[in-house]
Design a protein around this ligand. Structure first.
Ligand SMILES: NC(=O)N[C@@H](CC(=O)O)C(=O)O
Ligand SMILES: [Zn+2]
Ligand SMILES: [Zn+2]
Length: 343
């Protein structure tokens, strides 16, 4: 008999769907795997208001394949100008979180926050209305090595922020270091982290040994193997502070394989299968459901999904390339064989 596992239907608590002609690909892939997704607002220009988020939500809804249930959960992008009134309006229009991108930290973060002090009134309002704060946790100053940027962000910004707003719910997004896992594990209640499939499956050797592989390049950048091990440990620990966020981030093929390639890995095509791979390798498949389907909604104060998905152990090869609105898109692990397949 084929081995199989059945899980409560999962959600993705961090995804990039982009806009326009990309939506057919990105929304279709996300909706095949997940019931809900936290949709990142780093469009060009970014989604900075409740009104902008509502309009973006409509564009996403228009691309949900027939017969699928998919609920996009909307987020606004914090800038130096985001004030309490912007937060109040966004909250009233159904936006559930706001995203902090330190200016210059990652893809489309140019309009991000230059000094955390600039958004203290916004954070105050978020704390009182219950809006979540999602954080791309890296410092951006040129004196800090790219491999240390997450760790330094904890010391310089995050540790203080979570204490200055003691009841603000904070998600440290796409953590990549043992330092971040430890910080979150020991942090006060209301602080959690998302972990990507690629940071569980890979480390910087995969990106840099034997040739430079641009499809592994994302931010925060892949770290050493010992950090990867710490992330696997956290994700499979059963701690409700760690949950699934793919950070699936599409960039057309020609922008990845380029002399100045873009940061981001496209994992939405096979996300839950990639996570299953990582959990199986750790001997912790029994911990996948908590991480993928329970701890996220619990943290956000939303109901858990009621239906289920089934994965069968049946090796299959990922396609070499996908189409995204007429452009070639290379999925992470293109051409590689995965052991688990979503039915
Ligand atoms: N993770 C990435 O490398 N890229 C993301 C932005 C982000 O989440 O930092 C993107 O939008 O392309
Ligand atoms: Zn990010
Ligand atoms: Zn992201």
């Amino acid at each position: 008999m084929t081995e199989q596992i059945t899980l409560r239907a999962p959600d993705d608590w961090h995804i990039h769907l982009r806009d326009g002609t990309a939506l057919e690909r990105t929304v279709g892939d996300a909706a095949r795997q997940f019931h809900r997704a936290i949709v990142m607002p780093n469009l060009v220009p970014p989604v900075t208001t409740g009104e902008g988020a509502a309009a973006y939500r409509e564009r996403i809804l228009a691309h949900i394949p027939a017969g699928r249930t998919f609920e996009p959960l909307m987020v606004i992008y914090l800038t130096d100008k985001t004030d309490a009134e912007v937060i109040r309006q966004a909250h009233a229009s159904g936006v559930i979180a706001a995203k902090l991108y330190p200016a210059g930290a990652t893809t489309n973060s140019d309009s991000g926050v230059t000094d955390i002090a600039n958004i203290y009134p916004a954070l105050e309002e978020m704390q009182s209305c219950g809006m979540k704060l999602l954080v791309h946790g890296e410092v951006t100053t040129s004196d800090i090595d790219i491999f240390d940027r997450e760790q330094v962000f904890i010391e310089k910004t995050l540790a203080r922020l979570v204490e200055d707003f003691p009841t603000l719910k904070v998600v440290f997004e796409h953590i990549t270091t043992a330092n971040a896992a430890e910080f979150v594990q020991n942090a006060r209640e209301g602080v959690a982290a998302t972990i990507t499939a690629h940071h569980l499956l890979y480390n910087r050797n995969h990106m840099l040994v034997g040739g430079i592989r641009p499809h592994f390049y994302c931010l925060p950048i892949l770290k050493r193997g010992d950090h990867q091990s710490a992330l696997i440990e956290a994700a499979t620990s059963g701690s409700p502070k760690f949950f699934l966020g793919t950070d699936s981030a599409p960039h057309a093929h020609h922008k990845k394989e380029h002399e100045c390639g873009c940061a981001g890995c496209y994992t939405a095509y096979s996300a839950i299968e990639l996570y299953a791979e990582a959990f199986e390798r750790a001997g912790k498949l029994d911990k996948l459901e908590g991480f993928a389907s329970n701890f996220g909604p619990d943290f956000y104060g939303l109901p858990r999904n009621q239906d289920t998905i089934t994965l069968v152990k049946q090796p299959w090869a990922l396609p070499e390339a996908l189409d995204m609105g007429g452009e070639k898109l290379i999925p992470l692990a293109a051409g590689e064989t995965l052991n688990w397949k979503l039915v």
